[in-house]
Design a binder for this molecule. Structure first.
Ligand SMILES: Nc1ncnc2c1ncn2[C@@H]1O[C@H](COP(=O)(O)OP(=O)(O)O)[C@@H](O)[C@H]1O
Ligand SMILES: Cc1ncc(COP(=O)(O)OP(=O)(O)O)c(N)n1
Length: 273
């Protein structure tokens, strides 16, 4: 008898250009050897140059996708990405409460690298008050952590304080990503675990414009590792190694912020599944 394949779910928006959102999530999960399903909550017309347009899915369609997935698959871990607006966040929260989809990683996507808003301003409070308390892991970048905590974050000390504030909002584990700190030679993310343990995961900053989808890739890799049964710290460390490899081994696609190389491999001891 064949063991059941580890199944994961992304709940996010699509990227027609293939670099971010559901597309980056599925490529990452596939590369990390788990099966990926998707509840598409928004569709974007997007490429490496920017987001040209987007449309959120109607509530009924979101509900039906959740029912289809939960009615057939055994999801071991899931993640959220772009959630567009208040109605979409509320629909996702309702369905996350309804079905057992395993540990939840929330990537609170707000603004794309090109500057386009992927979450309406009035939906930030809904994410903070309704979605965050459901999250096993929250993965904000610096501007997202600033919005969610209502504080300016410019220093490492401010990152650690913000992580504590985010935990107070009901999130179990937090990783604040430092990718936007472009003046630093290292790309350092701060992790605060449920146990109170905290640490930095750092890697050399790579000087490239090909960083479209870094946040999605990190959060979906961590989700895949959690689904495979890795503990939170190990899953985060593998996620960081994988995202570094996908940036370091760049591919040439498009004319703007190019996508990552999801084929990039990390060494066997980190893959160990
Ligand atoms: N130029 C870079 N070199 C190395 N790592 C990077 C670089 N840019 C981002 N990262 C890493 O990619 C991950 C995603 O970070 P970030 O870009 O801040 O998220 P987002 O895509 O959500 O804005 C983090 O682990 C961060 O440290
Ligand atoms: C549909 C969609 N979802 C998420 C993002 C943002 O992805 P992220 O990994 O934060 O990468 P950048 O936008 O910062 O390149 C997106 N662009 N589209």
């Amino acid at each position: 008898m064949i063991n059941q394949t580890v199944q994961t779910l992304t709940i996010a928006g699509t990227d027609s250009g293939g670099g971010a959102g559901v597309m980056a999530d599925i490529k990452t999960m596939q590369e990390r050897h788990v099966f990926a399903a998707a509840v598409v909550v928004a569709v974007t017309a997007q490429n490496t140059i920017g987001v040209q347009d987007f449309m959120a899915m109607p509530k009924k369609m979101i509900e039906e996708q959740f029912a289809s997935v939960a009615g057939d698959l055994k999801i071991r871990a899931c993640k959220t990405g772009m959630l567009a607006d208040v109605a979409t966040v509320e629909a996702v929260v309702e369905n996350l409460k309804k079905y057992d989809l395993g540990p939840l990683t929330v990537d609170p996507v707000m603004i794309a690298k090109g500057g386009a808003r992927l979450l309406s301003e009035d939906a930030i409070a809904t994410v903070r008050n309704e979605l965050l308390p459901l999250a096993d892991l929250l993965t904000p970048n610096l501007p997202e952590a600033e919005e969610l905590t209502g504080t300016k974050i410019e220093t490492k000390d401010q990152m650690t304080t913000a992580a504590k504030k985010l935990q107070e909002l009901g999130v179990k584990n937090v990783i604040i990503k430092g990718g936007h700190q472009t003046s630093s030679k290292e790309s350092s993310d701060f992790v605060l675990l449920e146990s109170g343990k905290s640490f930095w995961v750092s890697s050399p900053r790579i000087d490239t414009v090909r960083t479209h989808g870094t946040g999605d890739t990190l959060s979906s890799c961590i989700t895949a590792e959690i689904a495979k049964g890795k503990d939170m710290e190990t899953a985060i460390r593998i996620g960081k190694k994988y995202v570094q490899a996908t940036i370091a081994n760049g591919i040439e696609v498009g004319h703007g912020h190019g996508p990552l190389n999801h084929w990039a491999k990390i060494s066997d001891e980190e893959v160990e599944d």
